[in-house]
Design a protein around this ligand. Structure first.
Ligand code: NA7
Length: 541
């Protein structure tokens, strides 16, 4: 502190999720003064907030965990193939304790603005507590899925019952027994809530607009032999993850769907259904690019729904139609469809009778009013850009990120933005975030940033930013790769269509994490896509 109310440090890190925690660790190890700022009361990011019943990660726990610390991966033991939120949050806490990260964070604190000062060549971040931090580097570890979005339905404020948001679930348990509970939203979040609350609630009403395709998770406890084997091979496994398009261990198939005769295709699909998890995408090479192959898998899944769900009308309503499977993130469930065979669980088809309004007593659709004691929103996020645009980020010449991104996010490598020197957004838009393991991406991006800062310091460089040219070329590549992808054929948060007024487009790198990593390695070889300013002393010399 200089006594001016301004605290001068080396690196500002916004967010204490998995990217922010690692960034704080990495820069501290480089000898930097780091200040982390986090809105929640503790570490964990989205896993701190999302305490709704049934919350679980749909990536395998051994994949969805840090690889940078051998101590951490040896000392921590996962209990299940797919870990539930309490275990993931416990893991985040374990890492924070083990590496003594908590002391670097200010919790319960939000950044309200981050402004580049070109004279001082520093970022100046102001918090809602009135503190001002100044640092040459600013890391926006704000997460691609961290700003919840309410449904765009009138009357929310009128509801007299208990209104709960999945992503802001209370810390105390909610008693649902005997209650009439409504859930709006049937994405990954809604599905996890429904399959869990179907067993607990008195009556459960599921307000479904677009049905999702969901596949069996087939979760199970991990046996000690598997864990021991895993621990022996962790470093090799992490290396394999970095060379995999998903940033995880999922096998990659080179087999086109129609290369198999019909009976073998069916057998392979049955096998994928039995094995569960994301086996389908690992069984065939072209499900995201070949519409006919995709149609056959979609038919197969619709057929399964028809066999599981006993009431024919409910089964029909649950069958997704009109968009490719995997074009919205395929959910992994545990007896989700079976839940609809329970007498207390009711599907409300909002494609047939759309929701009109929320009333004092519940939800009114065109077919009538449903009275509820508890209403739950599982209506998703203002994804990818939401958190970065939730406060003022102002770069060179007063250019704000909101202005720069008014027609959609543009960036270079997903984490650099022309006009915003020394600002880094790990897992940012136009990177592989959302299509690959977010912890692998976070570690990768933070490592790249740390390596670049080291390079800058060794070469008397004070500011680094993407050039407009490199940014434009990156965006062209992102668009070219996206052209072939079936993802564009569905309305989802992946393309921004879930938020009213948001620019639409597939702003994700769909070329695979491994390819992305190669491009980042190439970008750091000579830094052709970046412009640098020397320190003023060395520039004058
Ligand atoms: P999603 O996947 O964006 O799902 C949101 C759901 O909410 C989806 O079913 C929406 O239906 C529904 N929704 C939103 N607004 C409304 C209104 N007004 N009426 C009815 N239904 C509505 O969010 P999730 O949290 O489930 O998952 C996000 C990601 O987190 C997931 O992909 C994983 O990567 C982890 P719609 O499709 O718009 O018809």
């Amino acid at each position: 502190s200089k006594g001016t109310g301004i605290r001068r440090i080396d690196v500002i890190v916004v967010g204490a999720g998995f990217a922010g925690m690692y960034a704080v660790y990495r820069f501290r190890e480089m000898g930097k003064q780091v200040a982390g700022i986090e809105a929640g009361s503790d570490v964990g990011g989205v896993w701190y907030w999302n305490r709704y019943p049934g919350a679980r990660c749909d990536l395998m726990s051994v994949d969805y965990s840090y690889g940078f610390s051998e101590e951490v991966q040896q000392e921590w033991t996962w209990s299940e193939q797919f870990a539930a939120q309490p275990e993931i949050l416990a893991y985040a806490n374990f890492v924070a304790d083990r590496l003594d990260l908590r002391k670097h964070f200010a919790f319960d604190t939000r950044v309200v603005s981050a402004v580049w000062d070109d004279a001082g060549r520093v970022w100046r971040a102001t918090t809602d507590g009135g503190e001002i931090l100044e640092a040459p580097y600013c890391i926006m570890a704000t997460g691609p899925l961290s700003v919840p979005k309410d449904p765009d339905i009138p009357g929310i404020e009128r509801f007299k019952g208990q209104l709960l948001r999945a992503q802001r679930w209370p810390h105390e348990p909610v008693d649902l027994s005997g209650k009439r509970v409504g859930v709006i939203g049937t994405g990954s979040t809604g599905i996890q809530i429904v399959q869990t609350l179907g067993k607990e609630a008195g009556e459960l009403f599921v307000f479904q607009r677009t049905p999702s395709y969901t596949l069996p998770m087939r979760n199970h406890d991990l046996d000690p032999e598997y864990i021991a084997e895993m621990k022996r091979h962790y470093p090799a496994m992490r290396e394999a993850m970095r060379n995999n398009p998903t940033g995880g261990t999922r096998p990659v198939s080179t087999r086109p769907f129609f290369s198999l005769p019909p009976s073998q295709r069916l057998q392979a699909m049955e096998q994928a259904w039995e094995n569960g998890g994301h086996t389908f995408l690992g069984s065939f090479a072209d499900l995201m690019t070949n519409q006919e192959a995709n149609d056959q898998v979609a038919d197969f899944v619709r057929d399964k729904i028809g066999k599981i769900v006993k009431d024919p009308e409910t089964a029909e309503a649950l069958k997704p139609r009109g968009y490719p499977i995997f074009a919205r993130r395929a959910c992994l469930d545990t007896e989700y469809y079976e839940t609809y065979n329970r007498p207390n669980v009711h599907l409300v088809d909002c494609l047939k009778a759309p929701i009109v309004e929320i009333t004092e007593k519940g939800v009114r659709t065109e077919a009538g009013e449903t009275e509820l004691d508890i209403l739950i929103f599982a209506t998703g996020y203002d994804a990818l850009t939401g958190a970065l645009l939730a406060f003022d980020v102002v770069g060179r010449n007063g250019l704000s990120l909101k202005e720069k991104w008014k027609n959609g996010p543009v960036s270079y490598l997903g984490f650099l933005v022309a006009g915003f020197p020394n600002l880094f957004a790990p897992s940012g838009p136009n990177g592989p975030a959302a299509l690959a393991n977010l912890i692998t991406i976070a570690e990768h991006d933070v490592d790249w940033i740390a390596q670049t800062i080291t390079y800058m310091e060794q070469n008397g460089i004070e500011t680094a930013e993407a050039t407009e040219k490199a940014e434009a070329a990156w965006m062209e590549l992102v668009a070219r790769l996206a052209e072939r992808s079936l993802i564009r054929k569905a309305k989802t948060w992946w393309v921004g269509s879930n938020v009213k007024g948001k620019p639409q487009g597939l702003t994700m790198f769909v070329g695979g994490f491994n390819k992305y990593r190669d491009l980042c390695v190439a970008a750091a070889d000579g830094y052709e896509g970046m412009s640098f300013e020397k320190t003023r002393e060395s520039a004058a010399a």
